[in-house]
Design a protein around this ligand. Sequence first.
Ligand code: ARG
Length: 460
Amino acid sequence: MAQLWGGRFTKATDELVNAYNASIYFDKRFFTQDIRGSKAHVTMLAKQNILTDEEAKAIVAGLESIERDVNEGKLLITDEYEDIHSFNEANLIDRIGEVGKKLHTGRSRNDQVALDMRLYIRDELDETARLMKELLLTVEEVIENNVDTYMPGFTHMQKAQPVTLAHHFGAYFEMFRRDLERLSSIRERMNVCPLGSGALAGTTYPLDREYVAQLLGFDRACNNSMDGVSDRDYVVEYLDALCLIMMHMSRLSEEIICWNSNEYGFIELDDSYSTGSSIMPQKKNPDIAELVRGKTGRVYGSLVSLLTTMKGLPLAYNKDMQEDKELTFDAIDTVNDSLKLMDGLIKTARFNKAKMAKSAVGGYINATDAADYLVRKGVPFRDAHSIIGRLVLKCIEKNTDMDSLPLEDYKAECDAFEADVYEAISLETCVAKRLTKGAPGAMKAAIAENRAYLGLEPLA
Ligand code: ARG
């Protein structure tokens, strides 16, 4: 195995030790970030006259040729190297000779890996944010197209009060918006450059840390070198944000799975986003929604795993931290793919408006509105509540709903009822009357707010 150390060793490393210690099979993911960081480092070394301009130029050109050859498939990243840092440095020395050995001046693999991981996570976080924005645009489209798609709203999974599909998706808009805002606040906090922290105690070379930070798009260099090499808070925070994104998508998946069932029939998933059964020819299954729900546990696992890895670590760098990568990479892939799939699933789904409206009429869902009707006629709410309760019983007895119960039945319970009760408890009225901020009748204002957030033109 090609490694960056060995001078003080008199025996070869045990094979299993090599295999157990090596990280190249996963840290090759930040190959590009490692090259980028090294280029910035040598550029700064030359500016500080620690290297000559010629030396820096030769190193940068060598690094760029490695990057090109790997990207074109001419150079393979193989596991004969311990990690991606060794791969790049060894190949550099192979290509440009002695001067390549100067790349690592004033740097340790501890601040190098701290930098690479930060650059890599920042790139992935930006991609997650881009996908979140796409999903928000899709959710907003559903909202705007379904302001008058009536459906039952549930509490305890019992029909409770009528809402609209726009209102229901409006709740998911809020969740996903918070997710996106969370990502941007994490990005702000993490945008600090650890390079120059050295192994843990900085370096004796006159590095210009702020200059490197600037070259790499960071806001500043980190304040403390021991923290610089051992801080993985931003990975924990990112995983936490990914967990919440999955939790929200999992809740939506659960609803989609219910709505797609024969019993609900509120939604029909497109063939391109469904799967079949090997035995039951009639089946069209919502596997993607089920997998999003199922993979949520796996993403939670990555967060708990990293928190556990970090909890006992003394300052500064410890090899345990190498465990920050594999599960994090897995979580990122899982979430980014889930976001793309959820977006496509919603975009291609058809909502069965008639079925939703029909379901919203049943279940005495307008009982609260009937009570409010009596309140408007001067009946105290507590009395109205019990009058309507008895009317619901009557409906159950007669196997009908509030909308079809004859006026005599209403009058028999309370003579304040008049023919206008039917209009007062219609689905349309129930929704339209709920005008307070955040309620289903106030979706026009919500849409305006959402569009402003997404940078869309206001609706005419
Ligand atoms: N593969 C290591 C990691 O991911 C790189 C840093 C190695 N540093 C060291 N002192 N062995 O953490």
